[in-house]
Design a binder for this molecule. Structure first.
Ligand SMILES: [Mg+2]
Length: 332
């Protein structure tokens, strides 16, 4: 049984129908007030919460199953950035109405990614209101073994997984600021709506990476968190940044904007000592994740950008900040 606490939604049966499944791993009392989780011996519990709000974190045009996927993926991405293995999650859902076709699609997408990562829904809450999805994930990581933002050291090399910028490109096509063929748009839209959490890579990087963060607000801003927390500076080769063929077909200015300040990528950016290149390659291979070396950590502070020839280039305006920029309004 799932430990749901119900608010004043009349459609209790609907919620039970779409979200109640027998618990497998969690230790909890049937119909009790709390889910009880027991991490394995020697492991720390890793906990993270992310909230998605209609019109701010997703567009109303998104298919319900993709929204279910993304709601959990963005949370799993935070576990990945810590090198934690997913265990369980809770779901708090505000719905304008209990629409059976929305709930069927949403729960299908949610459970598909949950099952893929062995992450179990153990509780939640629901109420009537503007569509809002808040998920808290619980994972486990060896005590003292979590990947942190604070461990980067001068001389470390900088890496990123996958490709960057497609989600932002999709948003700009939606906004009418960029153009793409219908096939290209379908691909970048999928990157925006169905991001992959790099959980296996994060786990494989335990003991290899010296710091890590997931790219949710844009590479420049998120890497800035590592630099500040570690008390170091960094240099990124913008020409080395991995990008899809669809993004590479855009203008140089759009490419740099999407690569450096795009947001919603959910790739991992991490650092590792220069003599651990083969260990990074092994982690990439074990996890089946492409990893690209994009720069290095240096003494000092701040982030510099260079091109492939080593010339300094100007960085992006600002990384994504939900309180400063309207994600579905006009481009800055
Ligand atoms: Mg994060």
């Amino acid at each position: 049984m799932i430990a749901w606490t119900m608010a004043h939604l009349g459609e209790f049966e609907l919620i039970e129908r779409y979200f109640a499944r027998p618990a497998r791993r969690a230790v909890l009392g049937v119909g009790d007030d709390c889910a009880l989780l027991v991490p394995a011996e020697g492991m720390n519990l890793a906990v993270s919460t992310d909230m998605l709000v209609d019109g701010r974190h997703f567009l109303s045009t998104v298919a319900p199953d993709r929204l279910g996927h993304k709601a959990l993926a963005v949370n799993l991405s935070d576990l990945a950035a810590c090198g934690a293995r997913p265990l369980a999650f809770t779901l708090a859902l505000a719905l304008p109405q209990a629409d059976p076709s929305f709930l069927a699609g949403f729960s299908r997408g949610l459970y598909a990614i949950a099952d893929r990562h062995g992450c179990e829904l153990v509780g939640g809450d629901t109420t009537r209101g503007p569509l809002t999805i808040a998920i808290t994930v619980f994972g486990e990581v060896p005590a003292g073994g979590a990947l942190l933002r604070s461990g980067a050291r001068p001389g470390d090399e900088l890496y990123v997984s996958g490709t960057l910028g497609d989600a932002r490109l999709a948003l700009e096509v939606f906004r009418g600021n960029a153009a793409a063929s219908s096939e290209a748009f379908a691909r970048v839209r999928r990157a925006m709506e169905e991001p992959q959490a790099r959980v296996d890579l994060g786990i494989a990087l335990r003991g290899v990476a010296t710091s890590a963060i997931d790219v949710s607000d844009g590479l420049a801003g998120d890497l800035g968190h590592i630099l500040r927390r570690s008390g170091v500076g960094g240099v990124v080769d913008v020409d080395a940044l991995p990008r899809s063929a669809d993004l590479a077909a855009q203008s140089e200015a759009w490419q740099r904007e999407c690569l450096l300040a795009g947001g919603d990528d959910y790739e991992l950016v991490f650092t590792a000592p220069a003599d651990r290149r083969s260990a990074v390659a092994a982690a990439a291979s074990t996890s089946g994740t492409a990893v690209t070396r994009i720069g290095r950590i240096e003494a000092g502070a701040g982030l510099r950008f260079v091109d492939g020839a080593g010339r300094e280039v100007i960085g992006p305006a600002a990384s994504f900040d939900h309180f400063r920029r309207d994600p579905v309004g006009p481009a800055p």
